[in-house]
Write a protein that binds this ligand. Structure first.
Ligand code: ADP
Ligand code: ASP
Ligand code: MG
Length: 409
């Protein structure tokens, strides 16, 4: 008898009819003789509507109260799913994060899961009941309700799977697997049979929202294989697991993109050992995450220093960079938030040269200017004008022959 953790996303539990269908699917797992623990997201766009309510009342709501409010979305869906299971004769009980005792840090809105107690879950499983756990939430040491970041129910599911030593963690959603690119952007994207943790980490980290980044980090750390599947449909989905050394990996497995970008360029500053530090110390001191960084030398001995931040941090980062450059009267600062980042990811890049040249050549033929570049061993990211994003993604998807029938890894 296997133990399966299943997570159902917001669209998959968006109506009572869909919740009934989810209950049927959960019942089918039990019918096969397996045990199942379910994690659910809030129904449809319930979380967005709760955020809107809070912001209509005050533009910067108290983080503790905002978490108390947002956590109610998942409390609704897990109670309804438990009722739908009862209606099918399946013994089930809904549990909030606090009732399970999913202990987190106190960083409201982005709390980190520190421990998942299994006493309550173990007892329920031993009694043949289905625990239906509210995703996205936990409780801190002081007893306050916390949330773990938008899209975080994936991470709840993986944390449950790790704590319970489950045999499989299934992420059931509105697509039937992980595709070579978001199928909403590239309609002929191809479903991947299999993807390594490293590739999925890069894709999730570069904006592919099919899985929450922390969920993939957790799964990779503890070696829990994930399967992304359609909630309402059949098919094998996509297995995300350790790299299979016996299979030759494609050079590029997928394309991710992120519109949440802003670029700041400080030009004409003298090149000294502490230049980069001076320009960025205010930004990093304010806890603003800096992503891409490029430092280019000019003929006159000065340098241009360019970096990117999240779009929401643009105004603050610009002001802090201005303060950082104040020591140098000749410095000029430009910035824009009309930029986007596109990334190609594939473990095969490790052993293939010339991937960057091929990427730049495809973009050059299409007349798309690259503003910044960053790389890892298995990823190349380019910053481009936001207006060019859709075209760039499709061109690159074609260049690396990512479209077509679902194939093997
Ligand atoms: P859920 O509510 O189930 O968590 P999400 O909306 O968070 O669902 O994630 C599923 C969505 O992720 C899909 O509808 C799809 O548009 C998007 N997506 C982005 N990149 C990919 C990709 N590479 N493969 C599949 N889906 C992707
Ligand atoms: N309901 C939360 C959100 O909308 C968490 C999740 O869906 O995973 O972000
Ligand atoms: Mg999601």
């Amino acid at each position: 008898m296997a133990l399966i953790v299943q997570k159902y996303g917001g669209t998959s539990v968006g109506s009572l009819e869909l919740i009934r269908k989810v209950a049927a699917r959960v019942a089918a797992v039990r019918g096969r003789g397996d045990s199942v623990v379910v994690a659910v997201s809030a129904m449809g766009d319930a979380t967005d509507r709760l955020v809107d309510l809070a912001q209509a009342l005050c533009p910067a709501p108290d983080p503790r109260e905002l978490d108390a409010l947002l956590a109610t979305g998942e409390q609704v869906s897990c109670a309804l799913l438990a009722m739908a299971l009862h209606a099918r004769g399946v013994p089930a009980r809904s549990l909030t994060g606090s009732q399970v005792r999913i202990r987190t840090s106190s960083a409201h809105g982005r709390a980190r899961i520190e421990e998942v107690e299994t006493t309550v879950l173990d007892a329920m499983l031993a009694a043949g009941e289905v625990p239906v756990v509210a995703g996205f939430q936990g409780v801190d040491a002081a007893g306050a309700i916390t949330t773990i970041g938008r899209g975080g129910s994936d991470t709840t599911a993986v944390a449950l799977a790790v704590a319970l030593k489950a045999d499989e963690c299934q992420i059931l959603t509105d697509v039937d697997g992980v595709y070579t690119c978001d199928p909403r952007m590239v309609p002929d994207a191809r479903r991947l049979e299999r993807l390594s943790f490293d590739e999925m980490l890069e894709l999730a980290g570069q904006g592919s929202r099919v899985l929450h980044l922390r969920a993939v980090e957790f799964a990779a750390k503890y070696g829990v294989a994930l399967r992304v599947l359609a909630s309402h449909g059949d098919g094998p989905g996509t297995l995300i697991d350790r790299e299979d050394p016996t299979v030759e990996a494609p050079v590029v497995s997928g394309v991710a993109f992120n519109r949440d970008e802003a670029q700041i360029v400080v030009s004409g500053v003298p090149n000294a050992p502490d230049t980069a530090y001076r320009l960025l110390q205010g930004v990093s001191g304010a806890g603003i995450e800096v992503d891409m960084i490029v430092l280019a030398s000019n003929q006159d001995g000065t340098i241009d220093f360019a970096f990117t931040v999240h779009r929401g941090d643009h105004a603050q980062a610009l002001e802090l960079a201005r303060q950082g450059a104040a020591y140098c009267p000749g410095a000029r600062i430009d910035s824009t938030d009309r930029v986007a980042k596109m990334s190609i990811v594939g473990v095969g890049m490790r052993s293939h040269a010339g991937v960057a040249a091929r990427l730049f050549s495809a973009l050059a033929r299409a007349g798309i200017t690259v503003r910044l570049v960053s790389t890892s061993e298995i990823r190349i990211s380019v910053l481009i004008d936001e207006t060019e994003l859709e075209r760039a993604v499709r061109i690159v998807h074609n260049e690396f022959s990512l479209s077509g029938q679902s194939g093997n890894y």
